[in-house]
Design a protein around this ligand. Sequence first.
Ligand code: URA
Ligand code: SF4
Length: 274
Amino acid sequence: MSAGSTTPVGTVAGVAGEVAAKAGVGVGASVPGRAAGGAGAVAAAAAAAVASGVAAGAAASGLGARRGGTAAPERPPRPAQPVAEVAQEWGALQAQVAACEACGLCAKRRQAVFGAGAVQAPRWLVVGEAPGEQDDRHGEPFQGRAGMLLQAMLRATGVVPNQPVYYTNIVKCRPVGNRTPRPEEIQACLPYLRRQIALLAPAGIVALGRVAAQALLDTEADFESLRGQVHRVRKEDGGEVPLVVTYHPALLLSRPQHKAGAWRDLNLLRAVVA
Ligand code: URA
Ligand code: SF4
């Protein structure tokens, strides 16, 4: 994919309810560029059978035996645990995520949403919370109204269309009803994002909303206290990437009075990244 291809292609259907349900943190709406992990990747990944968190397999449950073994046994609740081995290369990582069963979110997803946008040395990495209903359907993050607002914010700061951006989330699978991902789901999924950061080597990271900010900065600090400053995130190779925290665009849809603050946050990072 070419760097900087960030044309919104959002198709929106019924996202409004989703936005409302999510109460300010994460729902989708427009799209950035071409997916790096679309539906095709899912099939490919399944075929590739990359080892992920699949170890605690269904065989462990014993349910099948109790039921006489003919009907497919229900999947037992799966304790979330971070994957032991995270793929080193982009394609393999994408395949691993597509086949991942490291946390319970795998049970209800249509597909994992790996991310989308510029994979060749993006200047910006934008990290949301979790895929929404439309994202889960299309295999790309930020489909829908919140994503459209995100694009508008990035345009207002001149990032889009001038600089390459990659978009992803803290967890790659959609929580049903767009509930906030649980701490154990976040911990299970974070190694993928950490590897994405290492491989993409963005010049700066934007954390959208409390969940993304706290997960990336490994803190429970109050959301507002994390805004207004440039943080540093340590990469796997020991280097650091500047990060700013700002409002999730889904929150800005219901509280537009925070738009000016979001604009300031993005400019803070732009001053460091540009
Ligand atoms: N869609 C995403 O991909 N992430 C969010 O945080 C919200 C909607
Ligand atoms: Fe795996 Fe992350 Fe999906 Fe959980 S949310 S199943 S850890 S890819």
